[in-house]
Design a binder for this molecule. Structure first.
Ligand code: FAD
Length: 491
């Protein structure tokens, strides 16, 4: 026992007080020094622009919460090992505790760090991180990692249920006078005048806001989730993804809250089940990344390494700026730019468009998402992009190419989503809003639309682009998806 010595609580991606295993562990043992390090050890997947904004807001929120508990949050920047050793020396701490991060870079760094610090005489306590199930024990009958979602999800349901959630401590013992950086000096908020405002209008990061959103979701939205989740024009998903990524809320808290709501209101049945299955897609993505560390850069189906991607800067830019001439694609890309988030159905449509209609490498799309999403998450982003490209685990076959017009008509039937994000088309009727290039000139004129002037002509003809994509696939010998199963989760 090290009761008299302070314990360094190194906070990373579980930025909350409740259901925080490392915090609970530390709180019972002595004075706690909560520490956040702006990691400068060369993480190739350091947070992108929108994520930095979320991180800034979350740290400000967390600092307030720790202050109320009596233990100020300490901010330092640099290489974790150096910072941890310096802080331990300053405070006479002998114990350091943290939660796992399952990204390949951190897995490698943490293993070495823990060894070095233990050799230097520190007690190191590492707790499970941000998943419902640790990635190691979930295995196929043959003892290998899963590459297909449905058996993975069944194995999760068969595994011991996620443990009970932990309450936040009411008070912390601490020590005073420890130097901390000033959050503002980290300049995490993007310099663009437009971006931070758009993000701030759309979101309230932090632990209390996460629980408020969960509460609203359970009481008002969950009952519509199963069918509603595919409608970008409605608010029928939980929008918890950034909160889950930064650990403003734990997946365990969400999991148990949904189970509780279901027990109280059995009619939520299919909707609640569907929601839990989506949480398991998150688990599956992380399971893949943990076991296949080069997933962010290499196609899982190696025959895609030979795919003839096009280097087409102009089209990539049109896609990024929401100026492709396909209204549902442009609406999604603009929603992303303005709010740091995009509806899942539309993420699939825009990703398919980039990869298959424009033949641009999925890694270009993943990189843009990485910089602009507030929920940019290495597991989910990587697995999802590979899924759409058809080169990932349990992937959508490459030959399945979304038709952006039909997708728009089906999932945004009144055109409201397009009207919100592509205001220059707002006065078009629902019947033509997803294909303005087919509209009679008189209708366009009445709605104030001049193609090529107020809104672009389509940058590719989808029918021809589809043929071209299938031809490219043929060149990629045996580029058939590896999975034996497709599923309807993304239909
Ligand atoms: P809900 O429908 O309410 O789902 C609840 C939670 O389940 C989500 O918050 C998320 O944690 C998880 N989830 C839902 N769908 C998926 C999925 N398909 N894969 C993995 N987890 C899922 N999600 C991210 O969190 N970060 C990303 O960087 C990311 N990039 C994506 C890129 C592409 C090309 C695609 C097609 C999907 C991506 N997703 C990503 C998955 C999904 O689009 C988002 O998780 C979802 O839209 C978040 O909104 P929500 O919280 O309202 O979802």
């Amino acid at each position: 026992m090290t009761d008299k010595f302070p314990i360094i609580l190194w906070l990373r991606q579980n930025l909350r007080l409740s259901d925080n295993a490392a915090l609970t562990w530390a709180a019972g043992r002595g004075p706690v020094i909560p520490l956040y390090i702006l990691d400068e050890s060369g993480d190739p997947w350091a947070p992108g622009g929108a994520s930095k904004w979320w991180l800034n807001e979350t740290l400000a929120d967390l600092a307030e919460s720790f202050k109320k508990l009596g233990a100020p949050l300490i901010l330092r920047r640099g290489k974790p090992e150096k910072i941890l050793r310096e802080l331990a020396k300053e405070t006479d701490a002998k114990t350091i505790t943290w939660q796992r991060i399952y990204e390949p870079f951190h897995c490698k760094q943490d293993g070495k760090l823990a060894n070095d610090l233990e050799e230097a005489g520190f007690e190191i306590q590492i707790h499970p991180g941000f998943l419902l199930f640790e990635p190691e024990p979930i295995k196929t009958g043959g003892g290998t990692p899963f590459k297909v979602y449905t058996p993975f999800s069944k194995a999760c349901f068969a595994a011991p249920a996620p443990g009970k959630t932990l309450p936040a401590p009411k008070k912390l013992e601490s020590i005073s006078g420890i130097k901390s950086d000033n959050l503002k000096d980290w300049k995490l908020v993007p310099r663009s005048a437009v971006w931070p405002k758009g993000l701030a209008d759309a979101w309230t990061p932090g632990e209390a806001a996460a629980h408020d959103r969960l509460k609203d979701f359970l009481s008002e939205i969950l009952a519509h989730y199963k069918t509603g989740r595919d409608r970008p024009d409605k608010d029928y998903t939980s929008r918890l993804s950034p909160y889950l990524h930064f650990g403003n809320i734990s997946p365990r808290q969400v999991w148990h809250a949904v189970q509780f709501a279901l027990a109280k209101t059995p009619s939520l049945g299919n909707n609640a089940e569907r929601y839990l299955l989506e949480l398991l897609w998150r688990e599956f993505s992380w399971h893949l990344l943990f076991h296949i560390p080069d997933l962010p850069t290499e196609p899982l189906n190696k025959s895609f390494a030979k795919f003839p991607w096009k280097h087409d800067v102009k089209s990539l830019k049109a896609w990024q700026q929401g100026m492709t001439g396909y209204p549902i694609v442009d609406a999604g890309m603009r929603q992303l730019w303005h709010t740091g988030w995009m509806h899942n159905r539309v993420r699939m449509i825009v990703a398919s468009f980039l990869i298959k209609d424009l033949l641009i490498d999925w890694r270009e799309g993943a990189a843009w998402f990485w910089d602009t999403l507030v929920d940019a998450d290495l597991g989910n982003n990587t697995a999802s992009w590979q899924w759409v490209a058809g080169c990932g685990a349990d992937a959508s076959p490459y030959f399945r190419i979304f038709n952006p017009t039909l997708q728009g008509e089906k999932f945004d039937p009144n055109g409201d989503y397009v009207r919100e994000w592509v205001p220059e088309l707002a006065r078009l009727d629902a019947a033509i809003i997803h294909s303005p290039w087919k509209a009679p000139t008189a209708n366009l004129a009445k709605a104030g639309v001049v193609l090529g002037k107020t809104y672009p002509h389509p940058i590719v003809d989808h029918g021809k682009a589809r043929e071209r994509a299938l031809e490219a696939l043929k060149q990629t010998k045996s580029a058939a998806p590896q999975a034996t199963e497709t599923n309807d989760l993304f239909d």
